[in-house]
Design a protein around this ligand. Structure first.
Ligand SMILES: Cc1cc2nc3c(=O)[nH]c(=O)nc-3n(C[C@H](O)[C@H](O)[C@H](O)COP(=O)(O)OP(=O)(O)OC[C@H]3O[C@@H](n4cnc5c(N)ncnc54)[C@H](O)[C@@H]3O)c2cc1C
Length: 440
């Protein structure tokens, strides 16, 4: 247990000094921490891997790390218990660890985001997603959870046990209780064929629906100040893994996207007028390629270059219009944007605070190098997203309040009512949750 510990997130854009910082390695220790914090009249905030760009995990009160809750509890690879393969894990296991555990059992998650450093409970709590118009975010894989409530009780929830809690807590922002264990639906391990090619912005935007429907997992990056897009398409294949040299892998997946690109970003940071030329140089390196690998090896990237990010979900049919508006905004304002804009697609789900709740969604993510001015850019993009009833990623930067967000979520009141019931004293709240969910 530490006092006045200084906590920082991965992006280094959020920090706080919790009065108490401690780690739990078991449910019993989580319950004890909740009771201790409440006894002192302090709020308690659980933290996973600190990979949120928003202040969702910050607190000046009591911070509880669940990184030590990292074990696999059970696996049902054949699906004989529930009719589908599942794995039950403790809440702090990282997605990277989980991927290894699944692979060793011949299993995999059906879809993943870009990275695997997050804890599984942190990832689902903010609505973390990958890409694939027929795939929901990671929260849609959750089949049951065990949680410690504000009065220190352990409850189990699933579609048949405490169904309302289950319904809402799959994207709970840590505001309903502390997840200690969860069971996830998984699939037999599979390989993905990854294809990459360059596209021109106007062509990509025009043919969006076709490219989405032709690929299981499609995303693209557009390089502002240029016409260049990098299109990434992943589809299941029966083909075996294509062997690659370790050097080639390091060069393509570590060196170019992190060190080479990082050096260019630094140059643009030091001399902003150079940014458009740098973007054109980066655009000239966008190429094509194909590889086949185990699904998680394809989905997951190595991210060593720190940045800040905002990401919005809007109705899928509005993505092209929104991107054209962002392009005009960057040009009209004379902004210098050194990072590509990432565009992904996610299926509609029924989870009240999921960014894809009730609508098939396109996710548009804007990034800036750490230490550069991002406010004007992010505010401008947010204003565009507002026109499309945009929902910000809970784990990424944005400037919204509960008043603006409530009408954008059809089940907002349902979540609010449950939060009031589960945590009337707001022991699990912090400044960020007060702002985005409301204090009452
Ligand atoms: C480099 C990078 C790449 C990213 N890529 C993607 C991506 O591809 N797709 C995407 O959607 N997002 C992405 N994100 C965002 C990231 O997935 C989310 O912010 C995620 O919440 C981080 O998980 P974490 O374990 O670090 O959670 P934290 O940031 O530590 O916590 C997030 C929230 O979860 C709550 N929480 C954590 N554990 C529990 C628990 N046991 N019980 C209840 N509440 C809990 C915390 O209280 C907090 O409110 C990325 C972030 C980074 C930095």
């Amino acid at each position: 247990m530490a006092h006045n510990y200084r906590w920082r997130n991965w992006g280094r854009n959020q920090s706080c000094r919790p009065q108490v910082y401690e780690s739990a390695r078991s449910e019993t220790e989580v319950i004890a921490a909740v009771n201790r914090a409440r006894g002192r009249g302090q709020k308690i905030k659980v933290v996973g891997s600190g990979h949120s760009f928003s202040a969702v995990a910050c607190t000046d009160h009591h911070m509880l790390s669940i990184a030590g809750l990292d074990r696999v509890v059970a696996a049902d690879a054949s699906g004989e218990l529930t009719g589908e393969p599942t794995i039950s894990v403790e809440a702090g296991i990282t997605i990277a660890q989980l991927n290894q555990e699944l692979a060793s059992r011949g299993l995999a998650l059906a879809n993943l985001g870009d990275i695997a450093y997050q804890s599984i409970s942190g990832a689902i709590s903010t609505g973390t997603h990958g890409t694939g118009a027929n795939f929901g975010g990671l929260s849609t894989f959750v089949r049951s959870m065990e949680m410690v409530t504000a009065n220190g009780e352990l409850v189990r929830c699933s579609p048949v046990e405490e169904p309302e809690l289950f319904h809402c807590a799959r994207v709970g922002l840590g505001s309903l209780g502390i997840i200690t264990q969860l069971t996830l639906a998984v699939t037999p391990a599979f390989n993905l064929a990854h294809k990459e090619r360059r596209g021109e912005f106007h062509e990509v935007v025009q043919n969006l629906n076709q490219t989405i429907s032709e690929n299981e997992h499609f995303e693209f990056y557009w390089l502002p100040h240029t016409e260049a897009c990098s299109l990434l398409m992943n589809n299941r294949t029966e083909d075996p893994v294509l062997p690659r040299s370790a050097y080639r892998q390091w060069r393509n997946e570590v060196f170019y996207p992190n060190y080479f690109f990082g050096a260019l970003v630094t140059a643009g940071k030091l001399v902003p007028p150079l940014v458009p030329d740098i973007a054109r140089l980066v655009a000239s390196t966008v190429g094509s390629g194909r590889r086949v690998d185990r699904s998680d090896q394809i989905f997951i990237s190595t991210r060593l270059l720190r940045f800040v990010e905002m990401e919005y979900a809007i109705p899928q049919e509005n993505v092209s219009e929104a991107l054209l508006a962002i392009r005009d905004f960057i040009d009209d304002e004379g902004l210098r944007v050194s990072f590509p804009i990432e565009v992904r697609f996610v299926a509609s789900d029924d989870i009240p605070l999921s960014m894809a709740s009730g609508r098939a969604s396109g996710f548009i993510a804007v990034h800036m190098a750490r230490g550069t001015q991002f406010d004007r850019y992010f505010h401008g993009v947010e204003a565009i997203m507002n026109k499309f009833s945009g929902r910000p990623h809970w784990g990424k930067m944005h400037y919204q309040t509960a008043t603006a967000l409530a009408p954008r979520y059809p089940q907002w009141e349902r979540f609010r009512a449950l939060r009031h019931q589960m945590d009337p004293e707001r022991y699990f709240s912090n400044d960020y949750l007060d702002r985005v969910l409301g204090e009452q």
